[in-house]
Design a binder for this molecule. Structure first.
Ligand code: FCB
Length: 443
């Protein structure tokens, strides 16, 4: 970790932390919530590493006041949470459930009372199960149902939400949820998952239009990005890098910023109808960037169904998820976005950045996580360096406030600034929480 003082960030820079509904809320049967694809998936044997579910998770549904107090103590200016579609419109379509909205209404008011800007994500992967039964994201209808849900939510929460985020990481939901099947709904369609990309993007565009009629707050999408590094220097390796870069980094950004779908991926694009690309390219105010690590790629083996092969990157320290710790990747990524999209690129907020380690309380009950402090220190310096080079970055959100239910990894991966004992629900701020609090509070 650098011993030089962390450079200053401009006044008004947004400091935040992120969470998502299914990973923290629990309360899955309360106040009219419907089932989501993650309830179904987590309850299917063999899907989750430790056999756990999000039925209780961090019990945030009941402990939200304590969690808002933790946010206030940290001194963040913003909190990014997600709204569970199955709480608001339990069947995916049909009646809106006012009691589902009540929960977020109270949360938003409590955040504002503590001077924390509410930043709400409308879809963080928890599709209502009934919508899945009607075809899920393979069905075009789902895009329209999403826009209706966005409209109903904004009708209630309107301008009190200070930044609206339509979708979280549509690439991960397409690839892990529908391409390879490690995430809900567990489909293994590989490149036939393209309709999931298109219908999510269409849902985003339709939701932007609906939100504009309800709010003057800025609107964003949170994409996952990973700079791609070639494992060799053959032409075939370079071709594989270009293919993976188009899939991971451009498929969900080129059309959003008015450039249509990238060429050369070989998708069957029959689901794209006239006018869709204009809907998708509706102007957004902020691009949310979720960054964890770069990806190593080489040419595929003969007969592979994919145009690339992923390979571990050497030479980096690794997190408990075995992800390389590479702040240089964030620096590179921000520069790549700036150069590639030039004048079409809106201001960026880093909407997720963080790391998992096996943090546990010591004999005194304290949780020391120096590796997370080093991680955040490095990634914030990377953001600052990119800003010095002209990239317009206006915020940084740590993933995550709390240790939580990490999808297919269950409770085995701890990303929090705050340790959670999942038996007792006791929250213990880690040393990284104090470090970030002191950084934010610098005069
Ligand atoms: C991102 C997800 C988030 C969390 C982190 C570790 O891909 O958006 O919910 O799981 O990874």
């Amino acid at each position: 970790m650098s011993t030089a003082a962390m450079p200053e960030f401009p006044a008004g820079f947004r400091w935040g932390v992120s969470t998502s509904a299914y990973q923290i809320e629990g309360g899955v049967d309360e106040n009219g919530r419907g089932a989501s694809i993650w309830d179904t998936f987590a309850h299917s044997p063999g899907r989750i590493a430790d056999g756990s579910t999000g039925d209780v998770a961090c019990d945030h549904y009941h402990r939200h006041a304590e969690d808002v107090a933790l946010l206030a103590g940290l001194g963040v200016s913003a909190y990014r949470f997600s709204i569970a579609w199955p709480r608001v419109r339990p069947a995916g379509d049909g009646p809106v459930n006012a009691r589902g909205l009540d929960f977020y209404d109270r949360l938003v008011d409590d955040l504002l009372a503590h001077d924390v800007d509410p930043v709400a994500t409308l879809f963080h992967w928890d599709l209502p199960q009934s919508r899945q039964d009607a075809g899920g994201w393979l069905a075009r209808d789902t895009a329209h149902r999403f826009a209706e849900y966005a409209d109903a939510t904004a009708a209630r929460l309107g301008d009190r939400v200070k930044l609206w985020i339509t979708l979280n990481e549509p690439f991960i939901h397409m690839s892990l949820g529908h391409g390879t099947g490690e995430h809900a709904p567990g489909r293994t369609l590989l490149f036939d998952a393209f309709p999931v990309a298109h219908h999510q993007l269409l849902a985003h565009g339709l939701a932007v239009a609906a939100l504009r009629t309800r709010t003057t707050s800025p609107i964003a999408i949170a994409n996952n990005y990973s700079p791609v590094r070639a494992a060799g220097d053959s032409d075939a390796d370079r071709t594989a890098v270009a293919a993976y870069e188009a899939l991971h980094n451009r498929l969900f950004t080129d059309p959003l910023l008015g450039r249509g779908y990238p060429d050369g991926l070989g998708f069957d694009t029959a689901v794209v109808r006239a006018g869709d690309l204009d809907v998708i390219a509706a102007p957004i105010d902020v691009l949310g960037v979720n960054y964890y690590n770069p990806t190593g790629v080489r040419a595929p083996q003969e007969g592979s169904p994919l145009p690339f092969e992923l390979v571990p990157l050497q030479g980096y320290p690794r997190t408990a998820f075995d992800w390389p710790v590479a702040p240089d990747g964030l620096h590179e990524l921000l520069g790549w976005l700036h150069r590639t999209y030039a004048d079409d690129l809106p201001p960026i907020q880093v909407t997720e950045s963080g790391c998992a380690y096996d943090d546990a309380p010591d004999a005194d009950g304290r949780v020391h996580d120096p590796q997370r402090i080093a991680y955040l220190d490095g990634h914030l310096r990377a953001v600052r360096a990119a800003m010095d080079e002209g990239v317009d970055v206006t915020g940084y959100f740590v993933w995550s406030l709390l240790d939580n239910w990490e999808w297919a990894e269950g409770f085995t991966k701890r990303f929090g600034l705050v340790h959670v004992d999942f038996d007792t629900q006791v929250r213990t701020p880690k040393s990284s929480y104090a470090w970030l609090r002191d950084l934010i509070a610098r005069p």
